[in-house]
Structure formats: C-alpha cells, structure tokens
Write a protein that binds this ligand. Structure first.
Ligand SMILES: O=C(O)CCC(=O)C(=O)O
Length: 223
C-alpha cells in the first residue's frame, strides 16, 4: 500500500491526488530529452506526441512504471489497463487548453479513466499550470460548448465549469505526478513566459472491469 485511507477518500471527494516527487530529477531529464527528440521539428505549438511508448522504451517504462500504476490502482480501487501515453510541451507564448473531461474521449464505462500527469520541469502559474475544478468529476459528463475565450485559442469548444466547484491552480515541481479522475473538469491558461516549454508526460489508464474506446486507445496489460 502506498496511500493512506484518508488520501484515497480525499481523491474520491476532490477528483485528484498529487504524488510529490514520485520521479527523480534524472528521470525527468531523461523523459524530457527523449520526448524532445520525438517532436517534429518546425511543427506548431503547443505540441503533443501521442503514444510515444510505442516507439520508445523510455516511455514504455513510464507507462508501466509500478510507482505510477500502483498509486493509480489504489485510487480507483482495482486493476488497470494502459490506454494511452502523451508527451506534451506548451512552449512560451502558447495558448491554453480549454476546460474538458478526458473521459469524453476515452469513453470508459461504467467507471472512468484515470490520468497521471507528470511534471518534467517546474510548473507555474506563468507557464500555464493545470487548473482543476475540485469535485467536478461528480457531475457526470457535461456538454462541450463553443466559446470566445482567446486564452483557449486552440480549442473550439469547452465545458462550462459549474459554479460551486473550486477553480484550483496546480503548481508542481519536477517529478510530481497529478492523478485525476477522467470526469474531472480541467485545462490550462496560456504560457506567458518567454523561455519555458512547460513539458509534461501524461498517461491514461482504464479499469480492467470497464469497457472503453479501444479503437483510438489501448487496453494494454501493465505487468
Ligand atoms: O496540459 C495541459 O495544459 C492540459 C492537458 C490536458 O488536459 C489533456 O491533455 O487532457
């Protein structure tokens, strides 16, 4: 067991849990170096590499990393399968990521996916830290609606965050991993720095007992 019953109860209540310093700074540097080698030169920012574990052993190691998988399994209370990985940079000046719920895409039913969002460098308000709406995972899947918020220039539609769910800024140190429920409303504002790439490694897992959208995502054994 890695987590206390209180930590699991708080996750159920809030929809997220932060594991501080789960990865070492050497591991973060290695993942960042490999991720940057996979980014296509000259492609538009923000920039995501989907499923890097399919071509890179370092990312496969992260996908199956027992430290990440075991915490995610304790939080959901059951065995998980691996669904996807992503390497995500949001370079200086990039727009944000509109409010959304990941389970809209992964379609894991009856229980949602869980995300593990790993900070590879310092994540600050200025470079566009994640923001989560505490407790919003309890509201079910909400409609995506058109918006005119220029901060989310890359995305046509967002969820309208409901009142009563605290808008929470998630500041992270390299190696911190934020686990969050696939129904949690989250996103981020632009990177207003002049020099930070705000790099992250993100993985999604689905309960073995749930069905999911396996056309676009995997259902991979993790052991
Ligand atoms: O990293 C971000 O700013 C948002 C990432 C995200 O929400 C996602 O990929 O689902």
């Amino acid at each position: 067991m890695n987590l206390t019953p209180d930590a699991v109860a708080d996750y159920k209540n809030a929809g997220y849990y932060m594991a501080e310093g789960l990865l070492s700074s050497d591991e973060c540097s290695q993942i960042l170096t490999r991720g940057m080698q996979l980014i296509e030169p000259g492609s538009e920012a923000p920039n995501r590499v989907f499923m890097p574990h399919r071509e890179d052993p370092c990312f496969m190691g992260c996908f199956k990393d027992p430290r990440i998988v075991e915490i995610a399994e304790e939080l959901v209370g059951g065995t998980l399968l691996g669904a996807q990985t992503m390497f995500y940079i949001k370079p200086a000046g990039s727009t944000g990521h509109g409010w959304h719920q990941d389970n809209l895409y992964l379609c894991s039913k009856p229980d949602p996916c869980i995300a593990a969002w790993c900070a590879l460098e310092e994540i600050t308000e200025e470079n566009g830290a994640l923001r989560v709406f505490r407790g919003s995972h309890q509201l079910g899947l909400l409609d995506m609606v058109p918006h005119d918020d220029s901060r989310f220039g890359n995305h046509d539609q967002t969820v309208q965050p409901p009142e009563g769910c605290e808008d929470t800024l998630v500041l992270m140190r390299p190696g911190d991993v934020l686990f969050f429920d696939g129904m949690l409303i989250h996103g981020s504002y632009p990177n207003t720095t002049s020099d930070s790439k705000r790099p992250a490694y993100i993985a999604h897992y689905v309960p073995e007992s749930s069905t999911s959208n396996d056309e676009n995502y995997e259902r991979s054994q993790l052991r």
